[in-house]
Design a protein around this ligand. Structure first.
Ligand code: ZN
Length: 275
């Protein structure tokens, strides 16, 4: 079984402030180390469970001031034996799903959706610019968006590591138990009770190994009835104006746009162009 891991930074153990996730603070260097270590732990677990290939995408859009996003790992500290996708926009890497190279996905560093109170660095896509993404009337977060993209290719999610709210959110969305590695619990948006990062890495490695070994009991593939309607509620009208310029995206309110397609991926790609 090939496995595609979608990784993000806000749900990594040890990270609970924006300074950890980009910019010029020394905390960003600390965040990069923690992120690299936890992703590597997930890879070790997946390889030990027998997954081949293991491909990981850095889906975090933060960066050093003025630098390009989606390249947060410290490359020479990454676990050998996997392949790593950098410099490619979150929510748009599907090639291994299209070709059948990967038949399962998992999440590392997952965070909860915008507006969740007891959730570390909760947001959807944009830290403050997007209020909500809903699909067929239901508000969903980033992990559910990625699970829905994978579902468009018949691929299920088998494991999630992140803060407790993110793990609960995905399980609630899927409507079935999914293997979880809860590495911290949010106390508001910027506080957390968390494991020691070394313990978190051990937990992620163990749980991801178990998820791969017990692949048969993973949650069902995400499916939708056709047509799939995706609505985005934004913080300001100018944001809606920019999205509404895209072909196939319709403005439905001053601060909201909507698009549709026969699959989630078809609808999603109209408003989220690959980089
Ligand atoms: Zn992120």
């Amino acid at each position: 079984m090939g496995l595609l891991i979608y990784a993000d930074m806000e749900g990594i153990c040890g990270i609970q402030s924006w300074e950890h996730t980009g910019g010029s603070s020394p905390l960003y260097d600390e965040g990069r180390r923690l992120y690299t270590a936890e992703v590597s732990a997930a890879v070790r677990g997946c390889l030990a469970g027998g997954a081949r290939p293991v491909i990981v995408q850095d889906g975090h859009g933060g960066a050093y001031r003025g630098a390009k996003p989606f390249m947060n790992w410290i490359p020479d500290q990454l676990e050998p034996g996997a392949e790593y996708v950098r410099g490619w926009r979150w929510g748009s890497y599907v090639e291994p799903l299209e070709t059948g190279e990967c038949t399962a996905i998992a999440f590392v560093g997952a965070h909860a959706r915008a507006g969740m109170a007891h959730a570390v660095l909760s947001h959807t896509i944009d830290a403050d610019g997007w209020h909500a993404v809903s699909v067929n009337g239901r508000i969903i977060g980033e992990s559910a968006i990625l699970a829905s993209i994978a579902g468009s290719f018949g691929v299920p999610a088998i494991a999630i590591a992140g803060d407790m709210a993110a793990c609960d959110e995905l399980e609630d969305f899927l409507g079935a138990p999914i293997v979880q590695a809860v590495v911290k619990r949010g106390m508001g948006r910027y506080g957390a009770r968390m494991l020691a990062p070394a313990d978190a890495c051990r937990l992620v490695e163990e749980r991801f190994r178990a998820a791969v070994e017990d692949r048969a009991s993973c949650p069902p593939v995400v499916t939708y009835t056709d047509p799939v309607l995706i609505r985005v509620d934004l913080a300001s009208p100018d944001r809606a104006s920019r999205l509404a310029e895209l072909e196939g995206v319709e403005r439905v309110e001053e601060r909201a746009v909507q698009t549709s397609g026969d699959t989630f991926w078809a609808a999603w790609r109209t408003l989220w162009k690959p980089s």
